[in-house]
Ligand binder design. Sequence first.
Ligand SMILES: [Zn+2]
Length: 404
Amino acid sequence: MDDFREKLKDRFLKYVSFNTMSDPELVGKRRPTTAGQEEALLYIKKELEGMGLSTYLGSEWVLLATLEGNSEMRKISFMAHVDVSSDVCGNNVKAIVHKYDGGNITLPSGEEICDEELAKYVGSEIITSDGSTLLGGDDKAGCAILVTAAEILSQRDRLSHPTITFIFTPDEETGSGLLFFPSSLMDSSVCYTFDGGKENVVEIECFNAATVEIALKGHTVHLGDARGKMKSALLAACKIAASIPDSESPAASDGHYGYYAPLEMEGNAESALLRVFVRDFDEEKLKERVSFLSSLATGISRISQVELKFSVSYMYKNMLEVNRKDPLVLESLSAAALSRGITLEYSPIRGGTDGARIAELYGIPSPNIFTGSYAFHSLAEWVSLSAMTASFEYLLSLVEFWSK
Ligand SMILES: [Zn+2]
């Protein structure tokens, strides 16, 4: 597999050179939100066509590349996203390959990577940025794994494997990746997303997510004449935000515990808007959380004598139920691990994935698989080449499972 390790590395280093930072401000205005994503998708399309795969890249800007296989076997798919987060700068990435010999890694910018997971990779190669940008392991590691798998599988007898579709999406980080999707072409019985992190970790459940908007309208008068008359929307919004329990915040919770995150507030005495992200693994509990916010906002708006408009939009759903509906899918995860001699760790995603949307929209199980990337969305992001290779080998074992 050493040969493929080098291919994975070269491909990953090429992909991180594309400026694919997505832009949440341009959702609904431009698709994909940035031109670099188009370049990356076109580049990958050409690579896959060169390997003999048939491709589709339409106005949705979702690339599907199909490797025809044995029609007696169930069709499967693998998915990764080409964009990177805009939480820190994600363009003009200067990747560095380190022969890792232990300890913390200090990057040229002065950024220091101190991660206990690094200790597992002494003696192997670690890839980082120069510390002035993120690296883009999320999810260019996934892209490199998928394309390299397509390369090796395209050289095998087509009757030895199922028909496989490799899917590359834009704008995952803006949450709009699957707003447009060529659904008529989606006929796989399972879609594994390669968008996870730590080696040997597989994710089959994620949050249910809602965004609550609390819009308040107050009453303003000249401040000199305000006694008993002025009703401040801004003050009411502050009281609501301050009344959301701190112990139920993202900073105070982990594991399977949900949260409220008042993330944005804008306004003045006349009108104010408070936006709260609500998350829970249990759908009923998510609704209870939304209803708690509604009672809280109603109570405080009445005391403050301001008008309230409360609205909620449900963003994505926990994919656990869909992932569980086909026992063979869960079996594939453990069988592939067994064949590689690794022990899987199941971890809940405290967020969502494109796979969660695939599960919700099409009822297709979509477990999320590790890629060997760490410290997502940060200047200290790093990728272990040996963990990325392990992910690639795991993908091939999943294909073997469905080839029986
Ligand atoms: Zn990702």
